[in-house]
Design a protein around this ligand. Structure first.
Ligand SMILES: *[C@@H]1O[C@H](CO)[C@@H](O)[C@H](O)[C@H]1NC(C)=O
Ligand SMILES: *[C@@H]1O[C@H](CO)[C@@H](O)[C@H](O)[C@H]1NC(C)=O
Ligand SMILES: *[C@@H]1O[C@H](CO)[C@@H](O)[C@H](O)[C@H]1NC(C)=O
Ligand SMILES: *[C@@H]1O[C@H](CO)[C@@H](O)[C@H](O)[C@H]1NC(C)=O
Ligand SMILES: *[C@@H]1O[C@H](CO)[C@@H](O)[C@H](O)[C@H]1NC(C)=O
Length: 460
């Protein structure tokens, strides 16, 4: 080094003697092109001189610079991105160099490696990126729709964040993030972010069945909106609907009857979900089985009985024609103020919240026993009265016949002949009268000549 210096002195010394010819410095040096690793320098030609470029690290390079017309360009390569370099450019004439023109230039800084969305709402996004080379001297410029904004610098930490606000929901925005160093920006990192889409305003349950639900909702504004329906058990279903005008309808299947289901419907734009609209609906219960009646003695009421179905239900509604509905939350209901021996048509609907199941019906008759007993009694009474009347008549006719017949018994010859004796006409007469009933009863089986007064009237 020292030898080189001495050598240099030795060579240069005589030239100083020649005096006068110290060449002028270049007027200025500009950067014609700049990358992260190369700088193309450019300056106005100085007549008849050579050039030596002294590097930041002391290395001196005699330039074999290309000269196009009045401009000289030279490209320095193998540099580091986003770094400040100081060079000195000497002009050299006949071994004599100028005082040197010192200048400072910077290479382009590197782009950020990536930008992520740290937080997102319908109107704002918070962007996050790793600081380039973890250098605090870099600043960042965010360009959006030709508007450029310097993001505030947060000292410390290797991560920079910036929130862009006043955006519209469900919209895709293109940004370019530049790293800036020494007034120079990087090539720019292009990225796009989308804001969160808004929820659909409402989900209507169009149809409720035992094992499916038909849902419907109005489309949100904007293109390329799809939907994700999340079942409370975690199952997610993607729903795309290409029909632009009508509401979206979707049928959730494989559900259980009489069950409350909770869903969350997300609007999805470019893979970003809305906050999610939570809603619940209930499938229709299986309706009751074994609907039947029990009679209540006296026939003034009926007890309606049914078997409760599995699943959730809140009660039953029982309807009797011409009456207000009655409700029960159990499995039986007494219906009062009915007429005996009358048929009633009873319909029953199982309730699950506000939802009514299909109708089940049964026809029941109130207890007819009371009425039958009364009717029977009345009938019997009528029969009795008729009987009584008839019997009275019969009896009279019998007595008449009897009295007519009794007259000839007073004549002894006939009596004696009958009894086989003629010496006791009085006795015989007495016996006959005493044993009249007995005889007549005996005679009935032997020779029914006489009418039996106790028999059903064989009256004419
Ligand atoms: C100075 O830097 C240049 C460019 O990076 C390099 O080529 C050269 O070897 C360096 N010289 C020394 C002495 O480090
Ligand atoms: C971009 O800027 C133009 C005019 O400055 C404006 O009309 C347009 O709405 C802007 N676009 C967005 C997405 O902000
Ligand atoms: C970044 O986007 C701009 C327009 O905003 C475009 O001119 C440029 O070419 C893009 N750069 C890259 C690397 O895609
Ligand atoms: C909709 O999305 C598809 C792919 O996700 C894209 O190719 C298309 O350009 C988008 N249409 C609109 C109108 O944004
Ligand atoms: C059924 O209804 C009665 C009275 O209306 C009430 O006291 C009872 O708590 C209800 N039972 C159930 C399970 O809801």
């Amino acid at each position: 080094m020292r030898i080189a210096f001495l050598l240099l002195c030795f060579c240069v010394d005589p030239l100083w003697g020649q005096s006068s010819v110290t060449p002028p410095n270049v007027a200025s040096v500009s950067v014609k092109a700049r990358t992260e690793t190369e700088l193309t320098l450019e300056w106005n030609k100085v007549t008849n001189v050579g050039y030596v470029l002294k590097y930041f690290n002391g290395t001196e390079i005699p330039l074999s610079a290309s000269m196009n017309g009045s401009m000289v360009t030279y490209t320095v390569s193998s540099l580091s991105a986003g770094t400040k370099y100081t060079f000195t450019l000497y002009t050299v004439l006949k071994g004599v160099r100028s005082s040197g023109f010192q200048f400072t230039v910077v290479t382009s800084p590197s782009n950020v490696a990536s930008v992520s969305v740290k937080a997102r709402s319908e109107i704002a996004v918070t962007l996050e990126w790793k600081k380039v080379h973890n250098r605090y001297s870099y600043i960042y410029l965010l360009r959006h729709n030709k508007t450029e904004t310097y993001t505030p610098i947060y000292w410390g930490g290797s991560v920079a964040t910036y929130t862009v606000s006043s955006l519209s929901p469900g919209t895709k925005y293109n940004f370019t993030l530049y790293t800036v160093f020494g007034g120079e920006r990087s090539s720019g990192y292009n990225f796009s972010v989308v804001t969160m889409p808004i929820n659909v305003p409402r989900v209507n349950v169009m149809q409720q069945s035992e094992n499916y639900l038909v849902l419907s909702w109005e489309k949100g504004n904007g293109n390329n909106i799809s939907y994700i329906l999340v079942h409370s058990n975690g199952t997610e279903t993607s729903i795309t609907d290409s029909d632009k005008n009508s509401p979206v309808t979707y049928t959730v299947t494989s559900l259980s009857p009489g069950t409350k289901y909770t869903f969350t419907l997300y609007t999805v734009f470019e893979g970003v979900r809305s906050r999610g609209l939570k809603f619940s609906s209930v499938t229709v219960s299986r309706t009751v089985t074994g609907l039947r009646c029990e009679r209540v003695s006296g026939g003034r009421a009926l007890v309606l009985i049914w078997n409760a179905p599995a699943g959730t239900w809140t009660g039953v509604e029982v309807l009797v024609e011409g009456r207000n509905p009655q409700y029960s939350n159990g499995t039986r209901l007494e219906i009062r103020d009915l007429q005996p021996a009358r048929w009633y048509h009873l319909t029953l609907k199982l309730l699950s919240g506000a939802i009514r199941s299909a109708t089940v019906s049964v026809s029941c008759q109130t207890d007819p026993k009371g009425v039958i007993a009364g009717a029977t009694l009345a009938a019997l009474f009528v029969v009795f009265v008729i009987c009584l009347g008839v019997c009275m008549k019969c009896r009279r006719s019998v007595l008449n016949r009897k009295s007519q017949r009794e007259k000839p018994t007073h004549s002894a010859p006939i009596q004696g002949l009958e009894e086989g004796g003629h010496n006791a006409p009085v006795q015989a007469k007495t016996r006959a009268s005493v044993q009249k009933k007995h005889l007549s009863r005996k005679q009935k089986s032997i020779k029914p000549l006489q009418d039996n007064p106790y028999q059903s009237p064989r009256c004419h």
